[in-house]
Design a protein around this ligand. Structure first.
Ligand code: ASP
Length: 337
């Protein structure tokens, strides 16, 4: 009798502890991406082109989300999503990057991880197929945060990266864009105002929250068409183009000179932290008020520790989309969509 009571108590205790393990609250997780902001108007888009953008965004979201679903880290998720967009000629990053004034491609990228506030960035590289992977290598395997040009490529070689020929980045569309911009003068306008604005944008970015509650943010770009003198924009600048802490992660796209001066991504996360306000409200204050007053075009995407998705842009459009464990998913392009 005594023994069976003991067994009963033990069984009950075991059942209770198993029950509490099973009840471990499931954390929400998710991913949000962008493929650049600009004067993107439905009237200028063919149904085929629109479909191609949405399909590529879906593919990138699917790849990043699959990592999160399996319990992988947000860092691996943002890299998986970005590599797909870097490999696509649709976006101004990796294959599809815009040309500099001298007719070459100079790529910038950055990545940040909330878990330890580690960050890595590269600027002005011309032989790296997937700049986001090299930015992450700077984060994990160097003492530095940012490396540029030949130095960054020497580091890449040491780390076993394959350097690609500059021809890899050639696309006719971006080449023609540069030729038009080069011929464009106020007296002889080769570009419409929309085209002039559009020739600048198309950067890609991703922000993810994983099942352990860690946020990662990443951004990759070819910069701006016709850039000169080793110009570097906001995309590889931590706090301007990319930022992630435990409350908030943001990736930006737009006219880099303004985004650097406005410290856009850090400012948004600082508002979330110090003003204890939502990420959408914080982003709108920076993108719709502060940047507009300065004259800066562009947008941001991001999420917070509860997997609440944010997107804000002051241009006609921004390629963006998200997928979360709360069952939200979308791809969007135009203002008001
Ligand atoms: N922010 C990038 C830069 O200024 C351009 C872009 O987002 O399209 O280099």
């Amino acid at each position: 009798m005594k023994t069976s009571l003991k067994t009963l108590v033990l069984t009950l205790l075991l059942a209770l502890s198993l029950g509490s393990m099973a009840q471990k609250p499931e954390r929400p997780y998710g991913l949000v991406i962008h493929g650049g902001a600009g004067t993107i108007l439905k009237k200028n888009m063919t149904p085929e082109t629109e479909k191609a953008y949405r399909e590529k965004m879906d593919e990138a979201l699917g790849a990043g989300y699959a990592v999160l679903e399996k319990g992988g880290s947000s860092i691996e998720a943002v890299k998986a999503a970005i590599v797909i967009m870097e490999d696509s000629p649709l976006f101004n990053a990796g294959k599809g990057a815009v040309f500099t004034h001298e007719g070459v491609n100079e790529l910038d990228a950055s990545i940040m991880y909330s878990k330890d506030l580690s960050a890595g960035a590269i600027a002005g590289v011309s032989h790296i197929k997937n700049p986001i992977l090299l930015a992450d290598k700077v984060r994990t395997d160097s003492k530095h945060v940012m490396m540029a040009r030949e130095g960054a490529e020497a580091f890449a070689k040491e780390q076993g990266f394959e350097l690609v020929d500059t021809q890899y980045f050639f696309t006719q569309r971006r080449w023609d864009q540069l030729q038009k911009v080069l011929k464009h003068t106020p007296e002889k306008p080769e570009l419409s105002e929309d085209e002039a604005k559009n020739s600048k944008f198309g950067t890609v970015g991703a922000v993810a929250l994983d099942q352990d509650g860690n946020i990662a943010a990443a951004t990759s770009t070819g910069g701006m068409t016709n850039k000169r003198y080793g110009r570097i924009g906001d995309s590889p600048v931590i706090g301007a183009g990319t930022y992630a802490d435990k409350n908030c992660g943001v990736s930006a796209t737009g006219h880099g000179e303004y985004f650097i001066r406005a410290a856009v991504t850090y400012d948004i996360c600082a508002r979330v932290k110090y003003k204890a306000q939502g990420i959408q409200e914080s982003a709108d204050q920076v993108i719709q008020d502060k940047l507009v007053e300065m004259g800066g075009d562009g947008g941001v995407i991001g999420l917070d520790a509860g997997a609440n998705i944010m997107a804000s842009f002051n241009t006609e459009g921004m390629y963006h989309g998200w997928k979360t464990s709360n069952g939200q998913s979308a791809t969007k392009i135009y203002k008001g969509e």
